[in-house]
Design a protein around this ligand. Structure first.
Ligand SMILES: Nc1ncnc2c1ncn2[C@@H]1O[C@H](COP(=O)(O)OP(=O)(O)OP(=O)(O)O)[C@@H](O)[C@H]1O
Length: 362
């Protein structure tokens, strides 16, 4: 599947610039020392970027703690399109990001501005198709999804479209070029997330900030896990504590049962969250997880207790019909209440790769 490439369509850009804001001039003119109390760990010298080498082009979006711009970074050999994330929260994660940026499916840190701007900025590689949740939402909205699963009349056995139509596999590139995505593409996204997460796990980095909007997509359909480590906000001030509380509530829908109970995260709890990401992919991120059972304000603190009760009673997210049987089984194992029973990221990769070989052997 590594050879699969896609080109950007107009429709893919739907919503991408939805959150435009107009304060870039103010940002560009800022030239004061970084705010006092900003508790980032020192970025080693080679990562510090000269602000004069960076030109802001346009705003891309806004997170809860940050504003993101597209920019051009002048480098010795070439000029590069980059994303500039201006953030004012305390970060524990710069060192983690630095050391982790060596995998195809992990967002690459190009540098940081820590000394001369009003805002601390992280400069990362630019992902043309933006966040995966919005990309999928647009595909669903424009009916640009082709389900490749075929069920026998008795409904018990499933086949791949390619098993009934040998030409189907040959045309995947032109389908992508026409803006259509398929079940194989969904599995391809899931596989790449597993690879990125496996890499982070091998470096002992727990992602923690696991929602699908933190997964970004390049024009060639390469997935980049982003924003890892950034939820590790220190608890020693009221401000940070309140943000940490909000973060906990927002991420509860992605959090493993045992972590909801204990507040502790581990590689095995990351596996549960990965399962929720796969569920989001196959539901086109149309709704937040558990919104059928508990749809409320994002800051509703009750979600935490609700989920502990709901999941402890053995309930899980209901898996839609477009999920292939093997992936369905994988999800059930990822959501095992016993963390030891969960498959590893490597196991996940194997299962998804095997399915992809069936559905899209090209
Ligand atoms: N490297 C990037 N390339 C292209 N677009 C990006 C990049 N990073 C972020 N964006 C865009 O900017 C938006 C905001 O990103 P950001 O990471 O600040 O917030 P978020 O992840 O959506 O929310 P939060 O930080 O609150 O979890 C994203 O949804 C995405 O559309």
């Amino acid at each position: 599947m590594d050879s699969i490439h896609g080109s950007e369509t107009e429709e893919d850009n739907v919503n991408r610039n939805e959150n435009l804001f107009n304060d870039k001039d103010e940002y560009l003119e800022g030239d004061v020392p970084v705010q006092e109390g900003l508790d980032y760990k020192g970025v080693i010298e080679k990562f510090e970027i000269d602000p004069n080498a960076l030109k802001i082009i346009e705003a891309l979006g806004k997170g809860r703690f940050s504003q993101v711009y597209m920019g051009i970074l002048s480098m010795p050999a070439e000029d590069k399109l980059v994303a500039v994330k201006a953030t004012h929260i305390k970060l524990d994660s710069v060192n983690a990001i630095e050391s982790a940026g060596g995998h195809e499916n992990v967002l690459k840190l190009m540098g940081a501005i820590t000394t001369t701007r009003t805002k601390f900025s992280l400069i990362t590689e630019y992902c043309e198709r933006g966040s995966l949740d919005r990309f999928l939402q647009a595909k669903r909205k424009n009916e640009n999804f082709e389900d490749e699963l075929i069920f026998e009349e008795n409904g018990n056995e499933e086949f791949w479209k390619i098993q009934r139509d040998a030409n189907w596999g040959k045309n995947y590139q032109s389908r992508r070029d026409n803006g259509l995505i398929t079940t194989s593409d969904l599995m391809w996204f899931a596989l790449q997330i597993a690879r990125g997460m496996q890499f982070l796990a091998s470096m002992n980095i727990t992602h923690r900030n696991r929602a699908l909007h933190n997964i970004l997509l390049k024009s060639n359909f390469t997935v980049k896990v982003a924003d890892f480590g950034q939820a590790k906000i220190s608890k020693d001030s009221d401000y940070a504590y309140n943000n940490w509380r909000k973060e906990t509530v927002l991420l509860a829908r992605y959090t493993a049962l045992e972590s909801l109970k204990s507040g502790h995260f581990s590689i095995t709890s990351e596996l549960w969250s990965f399962g929720v990401n796969v569920w989001e992919i196959f539901t086109f991120a149309e709704k937040r997880p558990y919104s059928a059972q508990f749809d409320s304000d994002e800051n509703d603190m009750h979600i935490h207790n609700f989920l502990i009760e709901y999941l402890s009673s053995g309930n899980r997210l209901s898996i839609p019909n477009n999920v292939p049987q093997q992936i369905r089984r994988l999800l059930s194992r990822l959501w095992d209440s016993d963390p030891k029973q969960r498959p590893s990221f490597q196991d996940c990769e194997e299962v998804i790769e095997k399915e992809l070989m069936q559905s899209c052997p090209n």
